[in-house]
Design a binder for this molecule. Sequence first.
Ligand SMILES: NC(=O)c1ccc[n+]([C@@H]2O[C@H](COP(=O)([O-])OP(=O)(O)OC[C@H]3O[C@@H](n4cnc5c(N)ncnc54)[C@H](O)[C@@H]3O)[C@@H](O)[C@H]2O)c1
Length: 384
Amino acid sequence: MKKARFAVVGLGHRGRHMARLAADKFACAEFIAACDIDPLLWEEKQWLQEDALKNIYPDVKFYTKYEEMLEKHAEELDFVFVETGADVHADFCIKALQKNINVFSDIPSVATLAEAKKLWDAQCASKAKLMTGANTNEWGFINLLVDLYNKGLLGEPYYMEAEYIHASREPAATNPILIHSPWRKTLPPIRYCTHSLGPLLRIMKEVLRYVVCMGTGVHINKNALKDDMQSALFQTESGVTIRLLRNGACRAFIGHHSYRVFGTKGYFERVAERGKTPSVVRFQSDEFYGARELTELQVGMMPNEYMDKPDAAGHGGADYALFDHMFKAFLEGAEDFPISLRDGLMMTLPGIYAAKSAALKGEKLTIHYPWEKEFEEDIARIDG
Ligand SMILES: NC(=O)c1ccc[n+]([C@@H]2O[C@H](COP(=O)([O-])OP(=O)(O)OC[C@H]3O[C@@H](n4cnc5c(N)ncnc54)[C@H](O)[C@@H]3O)[C@@H](O)[C@H]2O)c1
């Protein structure tokens, strides 16, 4: 049986979870090596683990230096999973692609436009490819949205809304997820936009071209290093508009992910749970006589294709779906991965331009992508 041999860099909560998901639930995956600058994450038992990783995976080689891991294992690796902090992915991805090793990179894809250009060029020059770890694209109710759209039941979307609100009760100093994550204190909230934009881009024919964004400044904790809330309006060339709300400090303990889609022939919404009220998915269509009134649909997070699969775990089965689709594409020798680098940049770069717009007090900016000639000129203006 052909194997997908992988290494992971970044053993925070996410990296540990994803490496274990691949190693334990996929017969085709072989865990070869792991890397983190903090060796205790390998050597000592961590939150939610039954034992230290070094004891669970005694045959896996551990490194504190990424370049050394790549050097030693370049010949045998098919994948590197990049699970470092949200603002430091690109350099790890580029180094793997330069050695023709495929990459699974968590989101957001890049932290700057300069990184986007280098990463895009690195993939163009490589025999390997990058899969974007955009797990929300895999959710059951998002697949349902795409199905309704593809069947013509929504018409074309012209206005959409998304919010990702993720309040945390525990202080960063004690929360086992936040404790090792410096980027969580500083990353402008709107930069963490892929969970919201990724699913909506699945039903869009155009890229996001313009943005205005405003931030609240800090009100809850005066020592905070980022806005309590940021709200952006993104627009395509034809005027299709998305409003996105993202939080920094936040005292609203509500469900995380909500989406609304206004189409020319119908409407779709997924409203996250609110207290004791569970999440709900509703749909209405002029094209389907059974749903001319707003109709509730019983579809949750689990993708339909994994309903009967007990192994499907992680964010309602979406993490499992990501790996399953990626490994299948690899084993079948597909042209590209199902969520490509291009897809990742299309859902990441609008957030970088949005953060710049917020810094410029809401100035309207034009968004470009590395495969467009105008992109080069934006690098100094937006990154600077
Ligand atoms: N898709 C999702 O649902 C989801 C959920 C959580 C986090 N994430 C993403 O996953 C990634 C990891 O998140 P996290 O919460 O585990 O972050 P984290 O900051 O807790 O972990 C990152 C790890 O990378 C290590 N690291 C940093 N620099 C390194 C280097 N030079 N060499 C080796 N290791 C290095 C750190 O020591 C740390 O252990 C982030 O990009 C985040 O955005 C995605």
